[in-house]
Design a protein. Structure first.
Length: 257
């Protein structure tokens, strides 16, 4: 059945955050990202695809669309995909999922490792930081409300499937960190050498934006400032690179406990 004008309009509108929030839905597009999230078991509600993609998805080495709980698959023509697509060059598949946010439980930050993002507005960085947290098996990621939208296509693309595997919360960081008794680590050029971190399995790693660093309210709650030794002439490190180095050192030292 051809897509109606209302269906096409709904899919196009989901590229904008205000429409995503109003509908409680988000959309992603592209065989790679859809395949990654299907493989991770993400519960899409709908998938719109050309016959070419649907044929590939039925192969044994591709994510399966059959069985209980599979999303509704609607075949559409390449011309319909071009009208629904968010990209100048449309892909062969797009998928719709429900926006779901997990509240941060009281006392949750006291257990395990948390990566807290303070005002990181670049969606590529937010997605890559989700990958970092996934790589090091952190317990959760906490986003401040002014971070890039978790449900944007760019964030999900950059996460390379980690979007579906990580537990992510959104909350005002200063409120969430108030009263936390585990170490709150913040990157700062004047901080202690990250390689000298004491062993510990419980901590919050706070990463600020590359432009302004940590916000004053969050900076005031940092209990230990760490720095990554600089040997060359670069002015700064990418936020995700810095986070990965801190996470690596925490995981390495925790192995000695």
């Amino acid at each position: 059945m051809p897509l109606t004008k209302a269906e096409l309009s709904r899919l196009r509108d989901l590229r904008d955050k205000k429409h995503r929030e109003a509908a409680g839905l988000f959309v992603i597009e592209g065989p790679k990202v859809v395949g990654e999230l299907l493989a991770a078991g993400f519960p899409f509600t709908e998938i719109y695809a050309t016959e070419e993609w649907a044929g590939r998805a039925s192969r044994p080495d591709e994510p399966r669309l059959t069985g209980d709980g599979s999303p509704h698959l609607q075949l559409i023509t390449p011309e319909e995909m071009a009208r629904a697509s968010h990209f100048p060059t449309p892909s062969a598949v797009l998928a719709v999922g429900k926006i779901s946010r997990t509240p941060l439980a009281v006392g949750a930050l006291a257990r395990g490792l948390t990566l807290a993002l303070d005002g990181i507005q670049d969606p590529g960085n937010v997605g890559t930081l989700l990958r970092v947290a996934d790589w090091f098996a952190l317990d959760r990621v906490l986003l401040s409300p002014d971070c890039a939208d978790l449900f944007s296509q760019k964030v999900i693309n950059a996460s390379m499937g980690s979007f579906a595997r990580m537990t992510v919360h959104t909350a005002p960081l200063a409120e969430a960190l108030a009263g936390v008794t585990v170490p709150v680590l913040g990157c700062d050029l004047s901080g202690a050498d990250v390689h000298e971190l004491k062993p510990g399995r419980n901590a919050v790693i706070v990463i600020g934006s590359e432009g302004r660093g940590l916000s004053p309210a969050v900076s005031a709650l940092v209990t230990q400032r760490v720095t990554i030794p600089k040997f060359g002439g670069a002015e700064s490190l990418n936020a995700a690179v810095a986070a990965a180095i801190v996470c690596d050192n925490l995981r390495r030292t925790a192995g000695s406990l």
